[in-house]
Write a protein that binds this ligand. Structure first.
Ligand SMILES: Cc1cc2nc3c(=O)[nH]c(=O)nc-3n(C[C@H](O)[C@H](O)[C@H](O)COP(=O)(O)OP(=O)(O)OC[C@H]3O[C@@H](n4cnc5c(N)ncnc54)[C@H](O)[C@@H]3O)c2cc1C
Length: 378
């Protein structure tokens, strides 16, 4: 593995850092408090190329590698994890899946727009199907030249702001997971209703909704891949998606750590700076070590993906570890801030709340361990 970042990597990292500081930081506390989606900020992210970073330029993407993507994700997540989850879903789940498995017509019609404007949603989870994604109750009945889509999806990121939704549904239950399809559904298709918005603990600027489908006619041309490919599509896409969420967890941890370092050099206790107390120094040493270890795992997974090598285990390990250290580091960052850490103005309490979701979505911690052990024992 090459640890040397290129000039281009540094440029992407700097651009993301600048964007996060100038565009995302102002208003992030208010957006969190009022559950306000960063509409204008995400539009600018699209203009700057952050929504379709790895997409081939012929489909309006940035043509960048996964290392560039995780560098940008880390910087944006340091400041606003609600914006970064929108970015992650659009890049790694929607654009990547469409580019790899979509038809040329689908890429022309959907990918070209999603790569610059976004916003896409990836709809797998259901009220009764979370970790066990094979238990799909949403049905896509084969009606000849279209599918009749019926069912409910839960917890969908970008649920109300998306224009394009990739929906996983069961066509032939007798074939179990081999009877599942992935369909492209457009907002506004008759019978498609965006349901309630979830009132969440963290990533409160992200719009998480349930979605209802009642007799939605989805043209056959909107099926991704062959008949029955939908479950494989979802699982393969999620393998890559984990690298995005791992880099989000890394960014949340790194953002909290940077705030803790700054604060420890500003605040005095017992006649000296917090940073001069060994107990605080040791906390910072532990935090920095965990962050570096997580970054190495994230970059390893991204590098393996770029090299077109098997990255499944590496991606699961990166998500498992980065999401755990995000809990540890953000909690310590609040501790270093004392009472000030417990109020909204200092940002670290939000980062602590945001960190938790990285252990839940795109495969819980327990599911990552199942993926890792399956790969180890294969
Ligand atoms: C804010 C948010 C955004 C989300 N965005 C999306 C999205 O855009 N698209 C989408 O499709 N989904 C999305 N999800 C759904 C998310 O992926 C699921 O919540 C997650 O997969 C867990 O499913 P579940 O909630 O049904 O929990 P369950 O599957 O019911 O799991 C409950 C607990 O049991 C554990 N568990 C389950 N099975 C096992 C097992 N075999 N062994 C050991 N432990 C087990 C789990 O790890 C977990 O701790 C989102 C969720 C949230 C909260």
């Amino acid at each position: 593995m090459n640890f040397q970042l290129t000039e281009e990597h540094f440029a992407v990292q700097q651009a993301a850092r600048d964007f996060a500081q100038t565009e995302l930081l102002p208003g992030v506390i208010e957006r969190d408090a009022h559950q306000k989606f960063p509409t204008e900020q995400v539009r600018k992210m699209g203009e700057l190329g952050f929504l379709g970073m790895m997409v081939d330029p012929k489909y309006n993407g940035g043509g960048m590698d996964s290392i560039s993507y995780v560098l940008a994700m880390e910087e944006i997540s340091k400041v606003d994890a609600s914006a970064s989850v929108c970015m992650s879903v659009n890049n790694s789940l929607v654009c990547w899946g469409l580019e790899k498995y979509g038809s040329e017509e689908q890429k022309e019609k959907y990918l070209k727009k999603l790569a610059v404007e976004g916003i896409g949603a990836f709809c797998l989870s259901e009220p009764e199907a979370g970790s066990d994604a094979t238990s799909q109750r949403t049905t896509a009945e084969d009606k000849g030249d279209y599918y009749l889509l019926n069912g409910t999806k839960n917890w969908i990121t970008n649920g109300s702001t998306a224009s394009v939704y990739i929906v996983i549904a069961q066509t032939d239950a007798s074939k179990k997971h081999k009877g599942i399809n992935a369909l492209i559904v457009e907002k506004g298709m008759p019978g498609f209703v965006v349901g309630k918005k979830e009132d969440k603990m963290g990533i409160r600027g992200s719009d998480t909704h349930s979605l209802m489908f009642t007799d939605v006619k989805v043209p056959k041309a909107n099926r991704i891949g062959d008949d029955g490919f939908g479950f494989s599509f979802a699982m393969t896409t999620l393998n890559g998606g984990r690298i995005g969420i791992a880099s989000q967890a890394l960014g949340i941890a790194a953002g909290a750590y940077e705030l803790a370092v700054k604060y420890s050099k500003e605040r005095k206790a017992f006649g000296k700076m917090l940073a001069e107390h060994q107990a605080i120094q040791f906390k910072l040493a532990d935090m920095a070590t965990k962050i570096d270890a997580a970054r190495l795992l994230v970059h390893q997974a991204a590098w393996l993906k770029d090299q077109k090598k098997d990255f499944v285990k590496a991606a699961a390990m990166a998500k498992l570890f980065a999401s755990q250290i995000a809990q540890d580091v953000t909690t310590e960052a609040v501790q270093i801030h004392g009472g000030y850490g417990y109020v909204k103005e200092y940002h670290v309490e939000r980062l602590m709340r945001d960190a938790k979701i990285t252990q839940i979505y795109e495969g819980t911690t327990e599911i990552q361990k199942m993926v890792i052990s399956r790969e180890l024992l294969r």
